[in-house]
Design a protein around this ligand. Structure first.
Ligand SMILES: Cc1ncc(C[n+]2csc(CCOP(=O)(O)OP(=O)(O)O)c2C)c(N)n1
Length: 618
């Protein structure tokens, strides 16, 4: 079938199972060929091909609401809802989103990007259904990784208490989060998987046991079943449990959904799938490399990522630093909430298993746990993406900072993140953290500065220390790890100048340094490598009679610019001409960092143009 001709999923209603099987194979080929060119979430999508076809065949979207958790596994849903033609621009600026988007399709009923929201979203729709006749069945599709998050478990508990709402939860169990799954729920699911073997054993055994013994065996069986299957977990929360089903068997899936549609009680359907199904390198991957991929070579399964010999990602440099630190410090832990691979910590985990904690998708738990570790005398490092740190705001404020726990945080993916777009931009943590007392925030402009700041961070007492770094490859030399220099809170003058002052941080400092030097203008450039505390001495030296421009790759409200302005104003030194340049009260879409900065007039050339405009306006 021509996937580009699909307008909506209604054609599936009359498709036979063998036709659907054929379609699944075509979709797999399409996914592999397209993601190889654009990059994107591969494994999770290859795993849900049959599941998504069966859902669209048996339910009636958009009246029946399909709520995909995270939304990274929504590519098949996009193809079946008429978007195959948009895949060449997947995750590109103004192109097809890598997640569900309400303005892309009426079939995208709820957006996400962060995990474990689907059950609460389903609950909202189910309550709305009392007033809205346009809502039919509500089906949440959630992975085994996402289910272990607090928010999902809260909703599971809540919905189980509302049998009248009749939620349908599809548990997509592939035994993986991004990397291998962690936690007791994962273990419980292993028991549930054994149910299938138990069932076939029971069928076979029943034939062999004499009639007079059958009653006794049934009693014993009941106990064994409870132990083996553990269905009591979902059942005790108020759900009817079906499964585990083979998530690649279209016939069984369709049958189960048919039954479930008629079942008027909260239901969990446990579906087993294989992440990466149909593409051997992805199927064999247990690290999580094929979860989200850059463009790759289909034939040999290698990523097309030009990396210089001496360049590494900031995440990898931090991981290398931590490896070194772990070698020298016994009482030390590195924590990650389910981002081992993305944060380049897989090697660290292998080299220091006793110093590594993966909490699963449990940001709040990771942060409070780290705070408690630190107060108990063990200094932890929490590696966390800026965007996911949002999930642990109260834990930073209430548990860590208030008690002055010396936790070091690596705030990965700070700034513009690229293809993940709106839901993942690392542009909100600065205002979120700045107003919390006892907090220190740094953002190095290069890898050497990063090592110096980290060296200082691990000696810092009196509260949490946040080191931000972007998703970017930079030059790195191993010898920098052996240096002794530290960079305690302070700013640095990068260029002198008397026509204007520009204050920036991170990579933009390097870009501005080059542009200013090429411009022939006399602009003083300051590196605000600490966002908190402000360097009051250096600020004192800023010429406020001249133009002052602050650049931040961050949201403006509550940001560095506002704080500098209010600091200067409080000392009666309000600059005569001032501009804070950053994202002005907005969500920022997908696109490369360069594209986004140029579009929003936040690239280095735009900073220089702003300086000139302000200067000439005087
Ligand atoms: C709050 C939050 N933390 C971390 C992530 C990063 N993340 C995206 S998908 C994923 C794994 C999800 O695993 P699972 O739910 O089992 O789905 P699968 O990809 O295995 O189908 C993680 C950790 C996220 N999206 N949201």
């Amino acid at each position: 079938m021509n996937l580009y001709e699909i307008k909506d999923p209604s054609f599936l209603k009359s498709a036979t199972v063998p036709e659907c099987v054929e379609l699944a194979s075509e979709i797999r080929t399409f996914l592999i060929e397209n993601v190889a060119k654009t990059g994107g979430h591969l494994s999770s999508n290859l795993g849900v091909v049959e599941l998504t076809i069966a859902l669209h065949r048996m339910f009636d979207s958009p009246k029946d609401r399909l709520v995909f958790d995270v939304g990274h596994q929504g590519y098949v849903h996009k193809i079946l809802t008429g978007r195959a033609g948009d895949f060449p621009r997947l995750r590109k600026i103004d192109g097809l989103s890598g997640f569900l988007k309400r303005d892309e399709s009426v079939h995208d009923v709820f957006e996400a990007g962060h995990s474990s929201t689907s059950l609460a979203a389903a609950a909202g729709m189910l309550f709305a259904k009392r007033h809205n006749r346009d809502i039919g069945h509500v089906v949440a599709v959630i992975g085994d990784g996402a289910l272990a998050n607090g928010m999902a478990l809260e909703s599971l508990n809540f919905l189980g208490h509302h049998p009248e709402l009749n939620p349908v939860i599809i548990l997509n169990d592939n035994e993986m989060s991004i990397s291998e799954n962690v936690g007791h729920l994962a273990r419980m699911m292993t028991k549930l998987r054994m149910k299938r073997s138990y069932r076939s054993f029971r069928r076979r055994a029943a034939k062999l046991v004499p009639r007079f013994l059958r009653k006794l065996t049934t009693k014993i069986e009941k106990r064994v079943k409870g132990f083996l299957t553990g269905t009591t977990y979902f059942e005790s929360l108020g759900y009817r449990y079906f499964g585990p089903l083979d998530g690649h068997d279209l016939k069984s899936l369709c049958k189960a959904f048919e039954v479930v549609k008629k079942n008027p009680e909260p239901t969990v359907i446990h579906v087993r799938t294989k992440k990466g199904k149909g593409y051997p390198p992805a199927e064999e991957d247990n690290r999580g490399r094929w979860h989200g991929v850059p463009p790759f070579d289909i034939g040999n399964g290698t990523f097309k990522k030009p990396l210089g010999d001496d360049t590494r990602s900031y995440s990898a440099i931090v991981a290398r630093y931590l490896d070194d630190h772990a070698g020298k410090n016994e009482a030390f832990y590195v924590l990650t909430p389910a981002m081992t691979e993305g944060s380049a910590l897989t090697d660290f985990r292998e080299r220091h298993p006793d110093k590594f904690i993966d909490t699963g998708i449990a940001e709040a738990t990771a942060v409070t746990l780290a705070g408690s570790l630190a107060l108990a005398g063990v200094r932890p490092f929490v590696s966390i993406y800026s965007t996911f740190l949002q999930r642990a705001y109260d834990q930073v404020l209430h548990d860590v900072a208030r008690q002055k726990a010396p936790v070091v945080f690596g705030v990965d993916r700070s700034g513009v993140v690229g293809g993940d777009g709106e839901t993942h931009q690392g542009i909100y943590d600065i205002p979120m953290l700045t107003h919390i007392p006892h907090v220190t925030i740094a953002h190095p402009r290069n890898a050497r500065e990063l090592t110096r700041i980290l060296r200082h961070a691990f000696t810092h007492e009196g509260g949490p220390f946040f080191v931000r770094y972007p998703k970017m490859e930079v030059r790195f030399e191993e010898s920098w790890l052996d240096e002794d220099e530290t960079t305690p809170p302070s700013w640095e003058e990068i260029l002198p100048g008397n026509e204007a002052t520009v204050i920036a941080f991170g990579e933009m400092v390097n870009e501005l340094e080059k542009r200013i030097m090429a411009s022939g203008l006399s602009i003083r450039l300051l590196d605000a490598r600490y966002l908190k505390p402000l360097d009051e001495d250096l600020l004192q030296s800023v010429d406020t009679d001249k133009t002052v421009v602050v650049h931040e790759e961050s949201t403006l409200p509550g940001g560095l610019g506002e704080r500098i302005l209010s600091h200067l104003a409080a000392r009666n030194r309000t600059p005569r001409r001032f501009r804070a340049m950053g994202f002005n009260d907005m969500y920022v879409g997908q696109g490369s960092r360069k594209e986004i900065l140029v579009r929003e007039n936040l690239d280095a050339d735009s900073v220089i143009a702003t300086v000139k405009r302000l200067r000439d306006a005087s």
